[in-house]
Design a binder for this molecule. Structure first.
Ligand SMILES: Nc1ncnc2c1ncn2[C@@H]1O[C@H](COP(=O)(O)OP(=O)(O)OP(=O)(O)O)[C@@H](O)[C@H]1O
Ligand SMILES: [Mg+2]
Length: 294
């Protein structure tokens, strides 16, 4: 099913009218996720974390994953990042199976993970090492003086802080550096795990708007994990609602609102209400042999 019942159909149709989903001419990649099962083998017992997660993310699409704590969102993102490879199933980018970290996927974690001894410019330039499309080990480390580094610093609005050190930045600024660093590798897919969770509400709102500008400028495919339903409705083309134990796709919501989105608008509130209701609706109760619900 594509939409909660409470979301008006005209909102759903707006998606195609406004062409807001995948960009035409996008440089983003297609992510195909087919995870039959992911189990962590702990000291006590096997812990099934993901089961039957099947999902295609289209080039240039902005997809948000929403789900309760512990339902496997980070694990799913780590699998797409290639940081977690022990699972049953396949995950591929543009038809190439993902077997490890690669330069074609940029990752932003909840905490910025900047190197404290490097300036902002050097952090963005630092880049990462991984396999390129031809499977060769490569580094996207670049000269701090390169125009690309300056471009991404400008894109996240931090040109004036290029020579600052991470301890001189606010939380929002640090996350913007982390986003610039991820983008500097010119990835086809940007993976973000609750990137704004540690920020205050105002900074968070501003960062969401900035992320949208960046996405519109860079036209990458984006997969973002969040706990915040309003954030997901504001950002996403599609919202993947996950249920837990083991984590699986509970429902996919096509947001279908024109951009720029207005959080105070009726249609926005309707979509948010629909997602919230779905989120807090308990799973269908089991029926006993006597026909009573438990
Ligand atoms: N390396 C690991 N070894 C064993 N268990 C793990 C490991 N990583 C995660 N888990 C377990 O897998 C489950 C899913 O974890 P995950 O971090 O993917 O959840 P999440 O949905 O991102 O949660 P949150 O919203 O709190 O970040 C949890 O029960 C967690 O304890
Ligand atoms: Mg997590």
């Amino acid at each position: 099913m594509e939409l909660p019942a409470s979301i008006p159909t005209e909102v759903a149709r707006a998606d195609s009218q406004h062409g807001n989903s995948a960009h035409s001419g996008s440089k983003g990649g297609t992510v195909d996720i087919e995870i039959a099962s992911k189990v962590f083998h702990t000291a006590f017992q096997p812990l099934p974390v993901l089961r039957d997660v099947s999902l295609t993310i289209h080039p240039g699409e902005f997809v948000c994953i929403v789900g309760g704590s512990g339902c496997g969102k980070t694990t799913l993102l780590r699998i797409v990042a290639g940081l977690e490879t022990d699972f049953e199933g396949t995950v591929s980018l543009d038809g190439r199976r993902i077997t490890g970290p690669s330069l074609d996927r940029g990752v932003v974690f909840q905490e910025h993970r900047l190197l404290p001894w490097l300036t902002v410019r050097d952090n963005v330039a630092f880049g990462k090492t991984g396999k390129n499309k031809r499977g060769k080990q490569e580094s996207d480390r670049r000269s701090p003086a390169s125009p690309e580094v300056s471009h991404y610093l400008a894109l996240v609005g931090l040109s004036e802080f290029a020579d600052a050190y991470p301890h001189q930045l606010s939380g929002g600024m640090s996350q913007r550096v982390a986003i610039a660093r991820a983008l500097a590798g010119r990835p086809e897919v940007l993976l973000l795990d609750e990137p704004f969770a540690a920020l205050d509400a105002l900074t968070r709102t501003r960062m969401q708007e900035e992320l949208l500008h960046i996405w519109q400028a860079e036209r990458t495919t984006v997969l973002l994990v969040t706990h915040d339903i309003e954030e997901a409705v504001f950002l996403a083309d599609r919202i993947i609602l996950m249920s837990s134990q083991p984590g699986t796709v509970r429902r996919i919501v096509n947001v279908g609102l024109a951009r720029p989105r207005d959080r105070t608008n009726y249609d926005f509130a309707q979509v948010r209400k629909g997602v919230l209701e779905e989120f807090f609706t308990p799973p269908t109760p089991l029926t006993t042999a006597q026909g009573r619900s438990e």
